[in-house]
Design a binder for this molecule. Structure first.
Ligand code: RIB
Ligand code: CA
Length: 313
């Protein structure tokens, strides 16, 4: 059983990652959802996180985090996630409220109560960088950071940069140089696990959670359709599927550092293969490939399980 803190910016793919994690109570105890500005403003992503928790009818706390990157201005992404940050599903405004502490202070308090916690990071790393800088005493109790971010070869916000790293490169540099064990699911492995567009309609009308996923993906797949793709990466969910089934993934240990500036390279994850002469003291587990059919079967089965669970209530 892993105890998870999920740091997120819902975000269509964040939402699906949270659903898959919640569908596996035998594997995960979700201690809380901490939010951070990224896909949309802190208030919008927080509102979306509250909506997800209310949809699941669960008591997972939602804790608001940083409203802006360490040194940069926020750059919301309405093209990918809409003005609300989670366009598509029509949902009532949440009635629940945030935990009273800030995300950084809540994470410190929560981690120090546990032996080991896994940080699942689905967004820019602003909260995590502040936590590790201001409260380094938590490092020994972090079993692993599993983060969606970066790329070995390409980019999605710049030719050589992925959005989560690009949005707060200073934060990412702090996290990747923190000495905490890190596994990344960069663009490459998320694309290997991309979901077939032709299967989106299979979710329609199959239950409350399935319908939510259908409405999420009908909006979110717009980018893939506009680019004549027949699949859409659901980036963040790959972190959870890795934690459930690491044996279905291929990856390599690499030295990873972050480019802070550059017209084409701000936020680039500079990935160096570990050679016999490398003097890397904290190599990152960089995931590069996954069995596509298995990856998406885990996703689909989790949604079916949540609808069955909901039907029993
Ligand atoms: O580049 C993909 C990442 O950026 C995902 O986490 C998505 O939610 C956005 O935050
Ligand atoms: Ca995200």
């Amino acid at each position: 059983m892993r105890k998870l803190i999920i740091d997120c910016d819902p975000g269509h793919d964040d939402a699906i990652a949270i659903l898959i994690a919640y569908a596996h109570p035998e594997e995960f105890e979700i201690l809380g959802l901490t939010t951070v500005c990224g896909n949309q403003t802190i208030d919008k992503v927080g509102n979306n996180a509250l909506k997800i928790v209310e949809l699941l009818d669960c008591d997972i706390p939602v804790i608001q985090g940083e409203a802006k990157p360490l040194k940069r201005d926020p750059e919301p992404q309405p093209m990918a996630h809409g003005e609300s940050g989670m366009d598509g599903p029509v949902m009532a405004n949440p009635t629940s409220t945030y935990a009273s502490l800030s995300a950084v202070n809540w994470m410190r308090e929560t981690i120090l109560k546990e032996d080991k916690v896994t940080l699942v990071c689905l967004a820019p790393l602003t909260n995590i960088a502040r936590l590790l800088t201001e409260y380094p005493e938590v490092k020994d109790r972090i079993e692993e950071i599993v983060l969606m971010g970066g790329s070995v070869y390409g980019g999605n916000i710049l030719p050589k940069a992925e959005f989560n790293i690009y949005h707060d490169p200073e934060a990412a540099k702090i996290v990747f140089n923190s000495g905490v064990p890190i596994t990344t699911t960069p663009l490459e492995v998320c694309k290997a696990g991309a979901f077939p567009l032709k299967e989106i309609d299979d979710f329609e009308g199959k239950g409350k959670i399935s319908q939510f996923v259908y409405e999420l993906l009908k909006f979110y797949s717009g980018y893939a359709l506009r680019h004549n793709m027949d699949r859409t990466p659901i980036f963040d969910m790959t972190t959870i599927i890795y934690l459930l089934h690491p044996e279905y993934f291929k990856g390599r240990k690499m030295d990873v550092d972050i480019e802070l500036d550059g017209q084409y390279t701000r936020g680039m994850t500079v990935c160096e293969e570990i050679g016999e002469y490398s003097s890397i003291d904290n190599p990152v587990n960089v995931l590069l490939d996954v069995d596509n059919e298995f990856h998406n079967r885990v996703f689909k089965e989790a949604i079916v399980a949540l609808d069955k669970k909901g039907n029993k209530k």
